[in-house]
Design a binder for this molecule. Structure first.
Ligand code: SAH
Length: 213
């Protein structure tokens, strides 16, 4: 099947799963996922499944990418912090909807490949940093939106909460041990933080420190 048609079928599947925001769907439609998956999985790039990437990590399921993007309620004015660049696929989708994306990854090799893909797509509003995302990106804070694509135990990291702007939103998978992982949305108000559970999910763990490769 032609990539265009496969992308279209994927978008229809996302719609059926309840993603209705037209801007999110069109950003997904114009992001060539085949560029972000390893060669051997290229023919499966438009299936609605997570796939393995290098270093034992994974590229998220398109539904999860769409759902998280939708949950962020992005506007073209927003500055977004993303933790866990991975393949750069989620980054590419965010970059089409926000003013600027600051993306952090603890594995330098993954970041190099992601940067090459983002350059190829001419997404010039992305800044990247190899570093420990649990500490956030102090020099660029505060952020209107924060998205974390690796699961953290119990609570969102304190540094990330501190770097979220008032009225800002964070979407983050929390590992609740025996209860599994749940995607949580945290809203910062002038009074404090309000959390809402959104969806059961499965992400690789958010690890502290930079990977020694
Ligand atoms: N959104 C990505 C999925 C990435 S998987 C995609 O669609 O391709 C999660 C990524 O988080 C992995 O690449 C992992 O190396 C990274 N990661 C884990 N802990 C991290 C940390 N503390 N800081 C930055 N990145 C981290």
């Amino acid at each position: 099947m032609e990539p265009d048609l496969r992308a279209f079928n994927l978008i229809m599947a996302l719609r059926r799963q309840g993603v209705t925001d037209g801007r999110v769907l069109s950003a997904m439609e114009t992001t060539p996922r085949e560029l972000f998956v390893p060669e051997i999985f290229r023919d499966r790039a438009y299936e609605n499944v997570a796939l393995p990437i290098e270093a034992g990590q994974s590229i998220s399921q398109p539904f999860i990418v769409a759902f998280m993007t939708d949950a962020l309620n992005l506007s073209a004015r927003h500055r977004v912090l993303e933790i866990g660049t991975g393949s750069g696929y989620q980054t590419a989708v965010l970059a089409q909807l926000a003013r600027r994306v600051f993306s952090m990854e603890r594995r330098a090799s993954l970041m190099r490949s992601a940067e090459a893909r983002l350059r190829k797509l001419r997404l010039i509003n992305v800044d990247t940093m190899v570093g420990d995302g649990t500490r956030g990106w102090v020099e660029q804070a505060p952020f209107d939106r924060i998205i974390v694509t690796a699961a953290t135990p119990k609570e969102p990291p304190e540094d990330l909460l501190n770097q979220l702007a008032v009225k800002g939103l964070m979407v983050i998978p929390i590992d609740r041990g025996r209860d599994g992982q749940v995607l949580v949305r945290v809203k910062r108000t002038s009074q404090g933080f309000q959390s809402t559970d959104l969806l059961p999910v499965r992400f690789v763990p958010l690890l502290e420190g930079v990977a020694s490769e």
